[in-house]
Design a protein around this ligand. Structure first.
Ligand SMILES: [Zn+2]
Ligand SMILES: [Zn+2]
Length: 294
């Protein structure tokens, strides 16, 4: 019997391949690799019949996201497991955060409610996050990365559980219909269609190719593409109206389907180039803000 590789093994092999192909990004692949693998593993446990959430098609087509419509979207009994798994993956990718992650894991085993921490901290301003981190007993960076990671796991599994229902509805906005985040990446697929990728819940949705997802401006004179020499399919969509950019990769005709967040990380050198021109990413992610020159 031939051995069929599961998606997690495929992802691990893809990370190894990209590490060799792009040694200048080795640090990022090493740091984020365990989190990417965790997400792949986590998504296997999505519940086929688990969702009782219903979407109002009218509100939805008017741009009201799922999380705005359903206040209890994130009520779930999986936060405890998500918290422990996130702390483990972050600790193995980021050596400097490992101590804090061990501390958090101990607190979670001792009853720390990850959903309560997430809800109370996710919308805090940077100066308030510092206070929250002190209260929790960890560094600010540790708390920020931890919140991002558990948020991705829980939003991601919700988005996957809702995907079939959402597929039949129309969405015309540049922000994510599930969680409201702006995209971190656009993938061009067959027939030149542009698919925007959510950095939080991993949902993807179609959007007109020449319209700016951030300000919805669609004047070709004010938008353009920046390319890297020798990499035809890798570019950044830029909008001079809102001064934002969106990393874009042309995957049309490509049989390999690489996870969107891995693609985004593998293009982080392009983020640096575009940010040097004074543009900002539509979505701030750890891999496009950490290395920003001071
Ligand atoms: Zn989303
Ligand atoms: Zn714009």
């Amino acid at each position: 019997m031939s051995h069929t590789r599961n998606r997690e093994e495929e992802l691990a092999a893809e990370i190894t391949r990209l590490k060799q192909e792009r040694p200048y990004l080795d640090n990022l692949f090493t740091s984020f690799g365990p989190m990417l693998l965790l997400r792949e593993r986590w998504m296997k446990d999505k519940r086929k019949e688990g969702t009782t959430i219903s979407v109002d098609p009218l509100q939805y087509s008017g741009g009201i996201t799922l999380i705005q419509q359903c206040r209890d979207l994130l009520d779930d009994d999986r936060w405890h497991d998500a918290g422990l798994a996130a702390a483990g993956a972050i600790g193995s990718g980021f050596r400097e955060l490992a101590g804090d992650m061990d501390f958090l894991a101990d607190r979670i085993r001792g009853g720390l409610d990850c959903y309560a921490v997430y809800r109370s901290a996710i919308d805090l301003k940077p100066e308030e996050l510092q206070r929250k981190a002190r209260e929790t007993g960890v560094q600010e960076l540790s708390l920020a990365v931890f919140l991002r990671c558990i948020g991705r796991l829980m939003l991601g599994i919700k988005a996957a559980e809702m995907a079939t229902e959402l597929a039949s509805l129309s969405w015309a906005k540049g922000y994510c219909p599930v969680c409201g985040s702006f995209p971190h990446l656009a993938i061009i697929r067959d027939k030149g269609q542009r698919w925007l990728q959510c950095p939080q819940c991993n949902h993807e949705w179609g959007f007109p190719r020449m319209t700016c997802p951030y300000c919805e401006h669609e004047d070709p004179e004010n938008s353009g593409f920046l390319f890297v020499e020798g990499k035809k399919g890798e570019m950044a969509f830029t909008c001079s109206k809102c001064q934002k950019y969106l990393i874009t990769i042309d995957q049309s005709g490509n049989l390999r389907s690489t996870a969107a967040d891995l693609l985004a990380i593998s293009l982080a050198h392009l983020d640096i180039l575009v940010q040097e021109k004074g543009l900002e990413p539509m979505a701030q992610c750890e891999w496009n803000t950490y290395q920003k020159p001071e």
